[in-house]
Write a protein of this length. Structure first.
Length: 119
């Protein structure tokens, strides 16, 4: 994820899973499923499918890749309709300085200017 701002910042990603039908309509009756991710490059898993890049990112720079490639699923509803999984990625950023900004906003632990634990 690229830092498109003008100050150094920390970046986290939240994943939202849902299913949609062949018309593109959200299938609200299908229970959301989340794939098991194999995190890469130091990413830290938090709660509620939120992932934190541990290092601050300079303006114009980007995080490392979050995870190994994954396969999205499909499911059958009770009425035999096939629905397809989607994963929406929501990126959020907080300025890196002062460190208290990211600690207070996200409730993370920062050690030596690096996120070391996430809620």
């Amino acid at each position: 994820m690229e830092n498109t701002g003008n100050v150094k910042g920390f970046i986290r990603l939240r994943l939202v899973s849902y299913y949609f039908d062949s018309n593109g309509d959200v299938a609200g009756t299908a229970v959301s499923q989340y794939p098991n991710l194999t995190l890469k490059n130091g990413w830290i898993a938090g709660t509620n499918h939120t992932y934190y890049f541990p290092y601050s990112v300079e303006p114009g720079e980007a995080t490392e890749i979050l995870c190994e490639p994954l396969t999205l699923g499909q499911a059958q509803l009770e009425n035999a309709t096939t629905v397809y999984q989607a994963i929406e990625v929501i990126a959020e950023a907080v300025q890196a300085e002062p460190i208290s900004a990211v600690q207070e906003t996200w409730g993370v632990t920062v050690t030596n200017n690096m996120i070391t634990a996430a809620p």
